[in-house]
Design a protein around this ligand. Sequence first.
Ligand SMILES: Cc1cc2nc3c(=O)[nH]c(=O)nc-3n(C[C@H](O)[C@H](O)[C@H](O)COP(=O)(O)OP(=O)(O)OC[C@H]3O[C@@H](n4cnc5c(N)ncnc54)[C@H](O)[C@@H]3O)c2cc1C
Length: 412
Amino acid sequence: MKALVVGGGIGGLVAALEFHRAGIEVDLFESARELKPLGVGINVQPHSVRCLDEIGVMDAMLDLGVATTGQAFFNNRGQHIWIEPRGLAAGAKWPQISIHRGEMQIALMEIARQRLGAGHVHMGHHLASFENAPGEGVIARFVDRATGKDLGEARGDLMIGADGIHSRVREAFYPDEGPAKWNGALIYRAATETPPFLGGLSQFMVGGRQTVIGYPMSKRYGDRGRSLTNWAARFFVDPARGFPREDWNRPGNLDDFLPRYADWVFDWMNFPDLFRGADAIFEFPMVDRDPLPRWTHGRVTLLGDAAHPMYPLGSNGASQAILDARELTRLLKSAPDIDAALRAYDEDRRPKTAEIVRQNRAGGPERIVTLVEARAPAGFSNIEDVMPRDEILGVMNSYKTITNFDLARATV
Ligand SMILES: Cc1cc2nc3c(=O)[nH]c(=O)nc-3n(C[C@H](O)[C@H](O)[C@H](O)COP(=O)(O)OP(=O)(O)OC[C@H]3O[C@@H](n4cnc5c(N)ncnc54)[C@H](O)[C@@H]3O)c2cc1C
């Protein structure tokens, strides 16, 4: 069996490594000629770290990132609402890892080159078109995006479209889908070197409608007593003003959001200083896409952001891509044939990830902060009077169930 994986993001790379480990021949095609450390921080949840452990890359990731132990929630006055244990501290068998996305991608690519062999990792190969050729599998054609040069075709028994939010593969099956859906929120993302905060290993989420999330994401910085703090500031604007197409690398301007946070100066974090300290700020609209009626078409299926782009605030984008890769591999090994495996993958992963897309639209875990701010706009003296512990636990646990946290406790 030979698989073609289109896209060398975290989803495509983990799929390629999973396939290789399962004895499935694999060729990976990445549009970029060379990877640069693009993006800022992401979180890999314990259930997905479990997959990284199974394919023998977890330690390499822990050498780069931080094993996060908690997520603390605050209202927009900096008052502490709740701390949620994370990863090992929450009883999972694997840690949660906060990590620089680009560093993770580059490290996985290096491991893929070593394991698959350099001849099976095709950089500068942009998928231009493909076809399901009955009886022959899939034929994919590639170009060099920079020059337009035709790079010929590749054939496989199946093809995985792991080509991100602007997926060419998805577009081929859903040509009328149109642009991603924007909910009117903008996210400004960056990393700033700071002193350690909240004990050094904790994420924070401050504010409900107007929010900042952040976390340390670098072991290197931690080892010298500092924190490379990933942060994302999110707020809503009038959606009627429109927004240019989402681009993970679009530069953002400090002046476009700093005034909104001018009084966010708390004893544990000075947010205006945090924002001013960043070397480069990126602007991204909060977009997703409606869940699809089908991912698998013939011998071609979708994975990761190509299949289920979701709001990037629930810490789930990379994690769910990794779970897709694990489940697809498991089915390719256990189902009677490739067609049955691709169908079963679609039937299993599509509804699960659709539910996360919907849940993130409804608010995700930050809902507790939104509720607290609505009930006590002037702040509180005792959180129990505003939102009792059981209610907080109810919101947190329902999100954890939907996002498959229980997988991180499993032993098989
Ligand atoms: C540059 C970049 C920066 C990001 N930064 C952040 C961030 O700061 N925070 C966050 O939460 N999420 C970020 N993300 C998204 C996050 O990485 C994903 O949500 C998650 O990791 C799932 O990844 P994926 O592999 O499905 O898709 P992606 O990470 O988007 O990877 C898709 C890959 O496919 C390649 N590709 C696209 N089209 C083609 C084609 N036609 N042929 C071949 N290859 C193709 C792309 O170059 C890319 O490497 C970023 C994504 C990108 C691409």
